[in-house]
Ligand binder design. Sequence first.
Ligand code: CP
Ligand code: NVA
Length: 306
Amino acid sequence: MKKDLISIVDIKEDLLDIIDLALEMKRRRQMGEMYESLKNKSLAMIFEKPSTRTRVSFEVAMTQLGGHALYLSPRDMQLGRGETIADTARVLSRYVDAIVYRAYDHNNVVELAENATVPVINALDNVEHPCQIVADLMTIKEKKGALRGLKLAYVGDGNNVAHSLMLGSAIVGMNFYIACPEGYEPNEEIVAQARKLANETGAKIVVTHDPIEAVKDADVIYTDVWVSMGDEAEKEKREKAFKPYQVNIDLVRHAKSDYIFMHCLPAHRGYEVTDDVIDSRNSVVFDEAENRLHAQKAILVRLIKQ
Ligand code: CP
Ligand code: NVA
């Protein structure tokens, strides 16, 4: 049976092992050891939206694992001229060993997965960004030594990154507080799903409108853009609503003194985060970005048949 990664919950049972494998991949790379377990394997990567980290880290991951990745834009594919997602899935499955898909619509990722006979990996859609969260949890474990019992404060939009991070925190037993403006809360069904998962691990899932309540004594402060890809029409409205939720020096003072600052990037400096926070000694954003590479390798090794 092939395994897809559409939601972080799809790898619930394996998440801690994948994080440890990602840390192991990083160690091997630092030691200069080769690990070519995907020799002669190919990965198709369909990107409907722009990407720097996800695209480059998956492509380099396949190279380092001895395989090959193809970047595909719907603009240059028959998909952009009306070939169906289902037929695209069936055809690509005859050539490649897995498909990475960044889509505007979550349903399209599900449809591709339903019709592909090879694993489909969600490279971000409007609901989740699971690969990001594997790298984030890996980074927290690397910096803090553990995950369970920590407090993570997410300040900003209840978006795709927030959803996957909330579910991932619930799975690993990390307390997750999200502070967002009214009207920008995370999806209620996903909050309910996270609370159910959290019941098994003892994690707390708290949704608040008060950024200080979220950040108080936090071990990790996380934010993301106020205007996600696809939300551009709401830019002005959002910038106004999110202004009190900026992660700046005054806000981070409420966290533990050894807190780490995280951001999936790209950052919009001066909006969701100020330079004095993202460039501070507490910030781990570039280690987090590097860890996307090691995390993608762990994900690929786990999902692709060898
Ligand atoms: N964090 C992230 O997914 O970045 P990209 O959009 O550059 O891939
Ligand atoms: N929430 C952002 C994440 C970018 C990596 C977006 O969807 O645009």
